[in-house]
Design a protein around this ligand. Sequence first.
Ligand code: SF4
Length: 344
Amino acid sequence: MPWDVRQAPHVITWEVTRACQLHCRHCRAKAIRHRNPAELTLAEIEQVLEDIRDHFDPHPLLIFTGGDPTERDDLLDILRASVQRGLSTAVAPSVTPNLTPAVLDAWREVGVRTISLSIDGPSPAVHDTFRGVPGTFLASLAVARAIKERGFGLQVNTAVDVHTVDSLPEMGALARDLGVASWEVFFVVPTGRARQEDALSPESMDRTLAWLATYAQSAPYRVTAVAAPQYRRVMLETIPGLARPRTPAVREAQGFAFIDHTGEVYPSGYLPVSGGNVRRTPLSTIYRESPLFVSLRDPDALKGKCGTCPYRDICGGSRARAYAVHGDVLAEDPGCPYSAVMAV
Ligand code: SF4
């Protein structure tokens, strides 16, 4: 039976803290140096884990992130609590001195399966400039190898903006050399510290997605595009004979949810409009019933070009980018150059 994204998300990304030692140029969270005393406690996190176990079927993948999740001294307890409830558990740490071989060993021991690392370019010149800390590129490569040596699945995440887009082919080759299981290419949304002038133009996004669609055909790992559901349209336009997908794209509130460090539940980490707080309402209720989440899954609620687009049922546009630029979660996606009128 196909996964009903109205009932259960595929992926939940959980920002267990906003604290981080890095100062990345595009940071969604505007990460802070010190932990917020209002963070969810371990006991509160365990309650949410039980809701996920009992009410989402199939169980989603949980990705514990930040800020930098290693800034929490009870992170290992959180990961253990997730694994013990039978949930597929991944971690997305920042590469800082906190991330030692002993920490990786402990995660392996409690049953973490996958670790995702951000590598935004194939060289220190690209990556370190983007991340704001010299030496992070080489440190990230060393961590990636340590992750592989321990038998974790490795996912590499690459943020694409005007500074990194030209090095994507080399970045894809580096991902192959590192033996990644998946490469997630994130199209920067102008929110948090990311600026509109850093984001790709709609035409450049389409060109990049077309390159990615072709590249993914022969890549030895899974390739996904994030904050760019029009990848579905571009794939159909680029790959001859490709069948039209029968399911909607995973995007904000549609197969995806984000829990912030204080328990607010967002459609994604890049769409700062809350559907509710797990301190007051179960996550499963927010995901299924909050008016925000329900409206974001309704293709007929979309406005502008997205509202009349023949791809709206399988794409629907980035709701995060629509909100960042237009201040309306249902507005047309300003990152997509497609026009149904011009295509006729
Ligand atoms: S116009 Fe909107 S729905 Fe259509 S392909 Fe572009 S982003 Fe997707």
